[in-house]
Design a protein around this ligand. Sequence first.
Ligand code: 5AD
Ligand code: SF4
Length: 440
Amino acid sequence: MTEPKKLFIKTYGCQMNVYDSERMAEALGGSGYVETASPNDADMILLNTCHIREKAAEKVYSELGRYKGLKAAKPDLKIGVAGCVAQAEGQEIMRRQPLVDLVVGPQSYHRLPEMEAKTRTGVKALDTDFPEEDKFERLKARPKAARGPTAFLTVQEGCDKFCAFCVVPYTRGAEVSRPASQVLDEARDLVERGVREITLLGQNVNAYHGADGQGGDWSLARLIEGLAEVDGLERIRYTTSHPNDMGDDLIAAHAECAKLMPYLHLPVQAGSDRILKRMNRAHTAESYLKLIERLRAARPDLHLSGDFIVGFPEETEADFQATLDLIRAVGYGTAFSFKYSTRPGTPAAERDQVPEDVKSDRLQRLQALITEQQRATQDAMVGREVSVLFEKEGRLPGQMVGKSDYLHAVHVADAGTAAGEIARVRIVESGPNSLAGVLV
Ligand code: 5AD
Ligand code: SF4
């Protein structure tokens, strides 16, 4: 029997990349690869990259540079670049970094085994097509390994919204939804392998409209309803959503579906209508606030999360103040914020840029406000009872760590439970990054 080849995958960026890396590892499993945690003993190194901001893209080249010594010591080592940088800069990567053997865009991952075989014959492989065939069908896991209690499941990919700052519509392509039956099958399979919580992924997941096999479409709400009927699946989440696709049935699902967790990531990006318009967001600050009101009417304890960009071209101090006002009005449980980063080929790249120091100053002020809200939300959990899905053992003997319904990390001493179990926990302390609780 031949020794298995070793595969090292490094994943950057979003949760969809985490999901994709798992699928790629499974696909290459069929070519005799097992995963390794270190690049040093790898026969193949695969970087699954992110192109969302400039810094993310640059990291790829500096990481590749680091593998020069490894490749010199082991000429058989194959180095591949996957993900959104591969899609956006495929040819350029091959030119800039000759040690790269393989470049594969997100829509071609099912072709990875053939591409790997090609590199073994000494030929470089590049595929950044948007092929017709069903990538997901061909990426199905075989053999089926046991899984931890939580998993991501991509149900929708790509984006048709074309926000003026964003590369996603170019790197991931147009919006595509997977058929509902395919999603249900994959969910059942995950549950059989130990999964209790599934996070449905999509760049615009709430725009999901998957074929129902009878000539119709299922909305995300209908899909969640279908998933809720899967025995053994206890928790459902979804991310990322666009305010304009928050349908009535999805809002209602937050009131009606007990398995749908009370946490929603709903990016608004900015609070100034002038900037929102320039961003091509097609909603206003007010329409967003109204939507939040409706969501909270459906689910009063809903924790909200968001994304914010500061220093978008032409953003004034008054525009920025409007963003702070919106944040104060919403009260986020958590939020992610970024300095605007020029992305080649996007409309906003051509406009009047905000100076770097102004961006830094605004980011700092915005993050101070978010931290304050996050702190307040977390501290307010003390004394409350939550349900916790335990994911792993903690650092102390007997301690278990998991996530609450609201996605807070919670640790429990002497839990007497195993990973994959869900228990009622009373929160007794709010620490820097997590909560402490006791079993009820
Ligand atoms: N610059 C800064 N942040 C960006 N995002 C997307 N594109 C850019 C950009 N060019 C942020 C948005 C999005 C999140 C995933 O990344 O806030 O919601
Ligand atoms: Fe990018 Fe906007 Fe699409 Fe989100 S909705 S992926 S920010 S273009």
